[in-house]
Design a protein around this ligand. Structure first.
Ligand SMILES: Cc1ncc(COP(=O)(O)O)c(C=O)c1O
Length: 403
């Protein structure tokens, strides 16, 4: 089983090639929770995620003949970029198989780091089978994303940094997909101080580890569904499962809305952009997914920042809606000159800001002499929205809140 020494040796091996990422205390989240919250900003790792650590360690352990034959893996996510960069830096040829529908941004990023991308199959499993064919045909070494001691040891180096930079830590919170990251981090952290608590977090739509612990054997999920695509894994790794069983104190879940809220708050309050998987560890603290004491020192591992800009936009807009800072209202007014001005005057009197406005005389279900108006408004919170709606209704406008 993975040992503390493996992680320690991995740190020596990869130190020159990876960033020691910052760890910062967050006043905002400490005040909000009553605990002493620190954020391990691993999204600032090269390639935007911790995966470079494990891939660099694994590639650093290849024999001369393995280096010459090259490596192959299957991934549409952060592992692909980690392997591509680690391999090209080490002068090793890499082939990365991605499903045919992989986002073009991921293909480009992986190629940009020097990997050769092969698009194959409709999902990850088909891509993985093809990667194993390439392994056999070309004699390449297959680099597993998590079920490999060298990969887990490399990921564990982030745990060493956490304890070095925050020796007073009581609890480390870590996202779980296949389990390689938490297996390494728990081994590192408990190796230094067995009293430190390690909590794992999964998305409730991809809770393979939680179900496996309940069943006391590995359970493979039929489907997964979460915005945290980095941890949308159907099956926890065999080796990580054994390590997590022994070294992780508890595993909890968070919902997609909780993850989205953590992403929004990190952007707004900490000026930090994380992907869904990267937000789960903080989401678990904010949602009280596990118990902690007031003043307890908690480090949330923000494991990656590679979020699709469209997903980020949607998450931020929903965050604004949820907190009453953006609202879409529909109303009806008389179709005569000046009517729209009267409506906007009420909005201005209430100090709401207009983002957008649609005026439609042809809308269904309205009288011939009327027009439907949809307003996109910036507001200050739920009370402000209530005040605005009251004011419109008191002035004779029927109001329907669309979002
Ligand atoms: C950003 C991010 N966080 C967490 C994880 C989970 O890591 P593991 O699969 O080793 O549990 C991943 C996996 O790809 C990831 O990309």
């Amino acid at each position: 089983m993975l040992s503390f020494d493996d992680v320690f040796v991995a740190r020596d091996r990869i130190e020159e090639s990876i960033r020691h990422t910052p760890l910062e205390r967050s006043n905002t989240f400490s005040q909000r929770t009553g605990a002493d919250i620190h954020l391990k900003l691993e999204l600032f790792q090269r390639t935007g995620a911790f995966k470079l650590r494990g891939a660099t360690n694994r590639i650093g352990m290849l024999s001369e003949s393995e280096r010459e034959a090259g490596v192959v893996t299957a991934s549409a996510g952060n592992h692909a970029q980690g392997v591509a960069l680690a391999a090209s830096r080490a002068g090793v040829d890499s082939t990365i198989v991605m499903p045919e529908h992989a986002p073009i941004s991921k293909v480009n990023a992986t190629e940009g780091y020097g990997g050769t991308v092969v698009l194959h199959g409709s999902d990850y499993n088909e891509a993985q089978s093809h990667a194993h064919e390439i392994e056999r045909e070309e004699g390449r070494t297959y680099l597993h994303a998590f079920d490999d001691p060298a990969v887990m040891a490399g990921q564990g180096t982030v745990g060493l940094e956490i304890v070095d930079d925050c020796p007073e830590v009581d609890t480390v919170v870590v996202p779980i997909g296949g389990g390689g990251l938490i297996a390494g981090v728990a081994t590192a952290v408990k190796g230094i101080d067995p009293e430190v608590r390690v909590v794992g977090v999964q998305a409730s739509g991809a809770a393979s580890a939680v179900e496996s612990f309940e069943a006391d054997e590995i359970v493979e999920l039929d489907t997964v569904d979460t915005i945290a695509d980095g941890i949308a894994t159907r099956r926890i790794g065999t080796q990580p499962f054994e390590i997590i069983r022994e070294r992780v104190d508890s595993v909890v879940t968070v919902s997609d809305p909780e993850i989205a809220m953590a992403i929004s708050l990190l952007v707004e309050r900490s000026k930090v952009v994380v992907e869904g998987a990267g937000a789960t560890a903080l989401a678990a603290v904010l949602a009280d997914a596990f118990e902690y004491e007031s003043g307890e020192t908690i480090v949330s591992l923000l494991s990656g920042g590679n979020i699709d800009p469209n997903v980020l936009t949607t998450v931020l807009m929903r965050g604004l809606v949820q907190s009453g800072r953006y609202v879409k209202l529909k109303t009806v007014l008389k179709d005569r000159p000046g009517a729209l001005m009267e409506l906007t005057r009420i909005i201005a009197d209430n100090r709401a800001n207009v983002y957008g406005i649609q005026h439609d005389r042809t809308a269904r279900d309205i009288g011939m002499g009327s027009a439907e108006v949809v307003l996109d408004l910036e507001t200050r919170g739920p009370d402000h929205v209530d005040q605005l709606v009251d004011s419109l209704e008191n002035n004779g406008y029927p109001v329907e809140t669309l979002v």
